[in-house]
Design a binder for this molecule. Structure first.
Ligand SMILES: C[S@@+](CC[C@H](N)C(=O)[O-])C[C@H]1O[C@@H](n2cnc3c(N)ncnc32)[C@H](O)[C@@H]1O
Length: 174
């Protein structure tokens, strides 16, 4: 799916970074992130759906991706401590669009980041940027930005549009 690839090309995590892939589904962006952070980095894929995570684990084994692990959990209610804390980056490709309690989930994601860590959230353009900005500010994020991405596959009449939403966990919480 090109929207995730575009987001990763524009906002690639650094080699050695620790990354959470929220709502990782079958794990293809988790594996992409694993390649980007390299052997000194780590990537944790989190999803509420165990069946998707079984596919993700199989794909990671087949790819011999030693720096990638998967957890079953709900972003709204999981405890973001231990293995689910201290991230440089929280990435999500279409994983935040169906949150039932977005305020709780975004607060959890902010607490999972190190101070100065970044959220990179790819959503369809149907997400209202004013509402999302309010939710992100309420969850304690700063430096919130929306980048409009339009993809028009060659030879096809219908394209697709997304936001790359970026936000920072402040170094000094307000
Ligand atoms: C549209 S799919 C995207 C999957 C994957 N990121 C991709 O781009 O292929 C959304 C994913 O988010 C997961 N998800 C939705 N709400 C969640 C929550 N509250 N906590 C954890 N995962 C969630 C779903 O189980 C699903 O796998």
């Amino acid at each position: 799916m090109p929207h995730g690839a575009i987001a990763l090309a524009k906002h690639a995590p650094k080699s050695g970074a620790r990354v959470l892939d929220l709502g990782c589904g079958a794990g293809d962006t988790t594996l992409d992130l694993g390649r980007l952070v390299g052997p000194r980095g780590t990537v944790v894929g989190l999803d509420a759906c165990e069946a998707s995570l079984r596919l993700a684990s199989d794909a990671a084994r087949a790819a011999k991706a030693a720096n990638v692990t998967f957890y079953t959990g709900d972003a709204e209610s999981s405890s973001f401590d231990g293995e689910l804390s201290g991230f440089d980056v929280v990435f999500s490709r279409f994983g935040t669009m169906s949150l039932r309690a977005p305020t709780a989930a975004l607060r959890n994601l902010r607490s999972a980041l190190k101070p100065g860590g970044r959220l990179i959230d790819v959503t369809w353009r149907s997400v209202d940027p004013h509402v999302r900005r309010m939710l992100l500010e309420g969850a304690g994020f700063t430096e919130i930005a929306f980048e409009a991405i339009d993809v028009q596959p060659r030879g096809e009449s219908v394209g697709s549009s997304s936001w790359i939403i970026t936000a920072t966990c402040p170094v000094c919480p307000m």
